[in-house]
Design a binder for this molecule. Sequence first.
Ligand code: SF4
Length: 278
Amino acid sequence: MTWYADNKREFPWRKETPEPFVTLVSEVMLQQTQTSRVAEKLPLFLEKFPTIQRLATATNSEVIRAWQGMGYNSRALRLRDCARSIVDKYDGEIPSTKHELLELIGIGNYTASALLAFCFKQNVAVVDVNIRRVYSRIASKMTTTSMLLPVKEIDELAEKIFPRGESSMWHQAVMDIGSSFCTARKPKCKECPLGSVCLSSGEMVDVPPVKRSEPSRYGVPRRIWRGELSSCYVRHMVLYQFRKLQIICLVLLRLPMIPIGFIHLLFNWKKRGYVLFI
Ligand code: SF4
């Protein structure tokens, strides 16, 4: 904590009392984007959508345009949908209980905990990828950089370890140590402020993490095949639009029309559009 007080990284979303809306947007951005890119894009996004009410009224194209350069556009749409739920259900006030937060679109355990700890100053354990790595290494003697403790053990440790009343500062300090010293490869144990209490300090052999092979079909990653049926059917033909590729193709389905339409309605009832049977 002493180290953090003097060395913390400065980011637009890090404030003494952060605004819950800003934290929500930044945490969604940080899910799959580097901090430096988020630091650059967050102020521009907030300029366009300064309040949760404004974000809730954004169209798909508006929100995707403001998200440009961040990747994974579906996050932006989920964030907008989350804003809509908060405006509808909570009059624009981000709820302050885990149970309510977890019911919102796109908010998982980490984001809910981060909001509770950083904005609402609650005694909640926060575990992200950096924190998990640091906790694994300080609590157990790791022999390689690719080793991590099981999730259950980390969760139990995370609940016990943080000082009550200091959850926000503690977790941000551990995150900073994770990104500045206790990196996934080549940790800087000699300079690390946790060196004297860490069981893995100077003990690890640097090895690359084991990569899990991506599920594929016909030798092509499965995510490339994902897409949507169009709303328009011509006899037994349907249009299939790939999400990742700018391709639409006509598919012949040897199924009776009524079941196809019914299946389509089941999967698309939330989307706007229409079904046309010919
Ligand atoms: S001493 Fe090394 S292994 Fe331990 S927390 Fe610091 S950087 Fe990580």
